[in-house]
Design a protein around this ligand. Structure first.
Ligand SMILES: [Zn+2]
Length: 294
């Protein structure tokens, strides 16, 4: 570990200590797909460390500088079973083939490894790996998991510390005489630091859960639309005031607008607005009255 000093630093700030002082640099979301694979691997190999390539995406609106980086860990390919570490980190044809087959070409790659029955933490060896790989890339993401389902993750950043100035050498002699020689000086120190990432695990079946909500909203949407369209479709209910006298129209419109915004399902063919526009037989214009009153 090299020591960094500059006029802006109090003194002797160790790059590692800087990283330790910082809180989370952002979060990493473990998708349901990846979580299931990690749980499966830990249950199949409860006494072995295993390691592999982690595939992830970064929300481009977030940044490590703002300490709000959002990373979505999507998948992994296991590369090694049994050894304590996975330091040989390279893009083998196997990895690129897996990326092609699984539609992962737009993903970035990091490292995942298991501590099996031990705690999930960054050991000395793991920190060396962070420094090694982190030194050769802009950011390097590493995720440590264990059998108990405790995870820790870090993202590295490179620090380039450059000092440019003038060195003065003064030589004195008898009678107060002196000579000064000046030399340009330039120093460059590069180091790797890291931020911890807060672990977020996607709720199991989250996508199904969202789908159920969506379908429920769509069903409610249709119920409201059908009330408007019941007569229109078959021209069997000419007197809308009589049929729907007890219905709270303002709240129906409110509900419709809310569900329309929340739903991705195209309801364009059942819009009540179309009914309003197409209805030339609007007796007495109650809907117009309603719209102006409300
Ligand atoms: Zn480790």
């Amino acid at each position: 570990m090299e020591t960094i000093q500059c006029s802006g630093c109090p003194s002797d700030i160790n790059a590692n200590d800087m990283a330790k002082q910082s809180s989370y640099g952002g979060e990493i979301l473990i998708t349901d797909n990846l979580e299931n694979k990690i749980r499966f691997m830990c249950s199949r190999l409860p006494d072995n460390e295993w390691s592999g390539v982690l595939f992830y995406k970064v929300d481009e609106k977030t940044s490590i500088f703002d300490k709000n980086i959002k990373i979505k860990a999507i998948d992994m390919i296991v590369m090694d079973i049994g050894s304590a570490t996975f330091t040989e980190y390279e893009m083998t044809p196997e990895v690129s083939g897996y990326m092609v087959d699984n539609d992962l070409l737009d993903c970035k790659i990091g490292l995942i490894h298991s501590h099996d029955k031990m705690n999930a933490f960054f050991s000395g060896t793991d920190e060396n790996t962070l420094k090694q790989i982190g030194n050769n890339t802009i950011h390097f993401v590493s995720l440590v998991v264990n059998d108990a389902g405790k995870y820790v993750a870090r993202i590295t950043s490179k620090i380039n510390h450059e000092t440019i100035g003038v060195e003065s050498i003064v030589r004195e002699t008898f009678d107060g005489k002196s000579s000064e020689k000046k030399f340009p000086v330039k120093s460059f120190v590069s180091d790797v630091v890291w931020d911890d990432l807060e672990i977020k695990i996607e709720k199991p079946f989250d996508s199904l859960d969202k789908r159920i909500d969506e379908l429920k909203r769509a069903a409610e949407n249709n119920r409201v639309s059908n009330m408007f369209n019941a007569g229109y479709a078959g021209y069997v209910a000419p007197d809308y005031r009589q049929d729907y006298s007890g219905v709270d129209y303002p709240s129906l419109f409110k509900d419709y607008n809310q569900t329309q915004q929340a739903s991705h399902i195209d309801q364009s063919d059942t819009k009540p607005q179309e009914y309003i526009n197409n209805d030339d037989d609007d007796e007495g214009g109650w809907l117009d009255d309603f719209m102006t009153k409300n």
